[in-house]
Ligand binder design. Structure first.
Ligand SMILES: [Cu+2]
Ligand SMILES: [Zn+2]
Length: 219
C-alpha cells in the first residue's frame, strides 16, 4: 500500500494498522505543486505473522490448561436439606487425599441413634421424599453392603450415629472418584430415618430419606 503525505517526515518508520512498516520514501509533488513524500507500507517479512500465531497458540494452550485443571477436582461438598418432613440438615465434604477420598459429614436435627447414609445415583433432591435421588450410586454393579464390605455399592457409607442432641459426625476415608467416568460429582448424599443393616439389597432397609444434598465440585 502507498501512503503519501506532506508531513511524511513524521511518518518515517511508522507502522500502519496491519503492522506494515513504512519502507521506502519517494519525493513528488501534489496537484498544486507542493512537495510530498510517499511511503510504501510493506509487510516486514513473516516475523510479525509468526509472532501473532505464537501468541494465539500460547493463549489456546493456556485455555486448554485451564479446562484440564477444571476437570482435576480435588474437593467437593454437599449441603443437605430436610426431606420427608424432617428437621435434618447438614454438610458433607469430600477431599482427595492420595489415592483415597476423605468424607467428613456433620449432620444435625436427627433422632439419637444410627442412620443410614449413602451416595445416591442422581443429583436430584427435588422430591419431598428425595425419591428423585434414585438408587444407591453403584457404578460397579455390586450388591448393597457397608463401607468396609468387599461387595458393595460405591455409595454405601454405612451409618452415622447421632448423639442425644441429634448431632452426628462422620469421618471416613476410602476409594472414591472426584473425576472421570465414576465421579461422584453431580450425584447426591442421602441420610435415612433408620439404621442401615449393611446387607439387605438394595438399600439396607434404612427407611425414609430424611435429608438430601447434591454433590458439587469445590475449590
Ligand atoms: Cu440412601
Ligand atoms: Zn447400597
Amino acid at each position: 500500500m502507498l501512503f503519501c503525505s506532506r508531513f511524511a517526515v513524521r511518518s518515517a518508520g511508522r507502522r500502519d494498522a496491519d503492522g506494515h512498516v513504512a519502507h521506502r520514501a519517494t519525493a513528488t509533488e501534489d496537484p498544486i505543486g507542493r512537495s510530498i513524500n510517499c511511503f510504501h507500507f510493506v509487510n516486514p517479512g513473516g516475523t510479525l505473522a509468526v509472532m501473532k500465531t505464537l501468541i494465539i497458540s500460547l493463549g489456546m494452550l493456556c485455555a486448554l490448561a485451564l479446562v484440564a485443571h477444571g476437570q482435576d477436582v480435588t474437593k467437593a461438598t454437599a449441603k443437605l436439606d430436610s426431606k420427608s418432613g424432617s428437621q435434618v440438615t447438614g454438610t458433607v465434604t469430600f477431599a482427595k487425599t492420595g489415592d483415597d477420598v476423605q468424607v467428613i459429614a456433620d449432620i444435625s436435627g436427627l433422632k439419637p441413634g444410627k442412620h443410614g447414609i449413602h451416595l445416591h445415583e442422581k443429583g436430584d433432591c427435588s422430591a419431598a421424599d428425595a425419591a428423585s435421588a434414585g438408587a444407591h450410586f453403584n457404578p460397579t454393579h455390586g450388591h448393597h453392603g457397608g463401607p468396609m464390605t468387599a461387595d458393595r455399592h460405591a455409595g454405601d457409607l454405612g451409618n452415622i450415629e447421632a448423639d442425644a442432641s441429634g448431632k452426628a459426625h462422620l469421618d471416613w476415608k476410602g476409594k472414591m472418584s472426584l473425576s472421570g467416568a465414576d465421579s461422584i460429582i453431580g450425584k447426591s448424599v442421602v441420610v435415612h430415618e433408620k439404621e442401615d443393616d449393611l446387607k439387605t439389597d438394595p438399600s439396607g432397609n434404612s427407611g425414609a430419606r430424611i435429608a438430601c444434598g447434591v454433590i458439587e465440585a469445590a475449590k
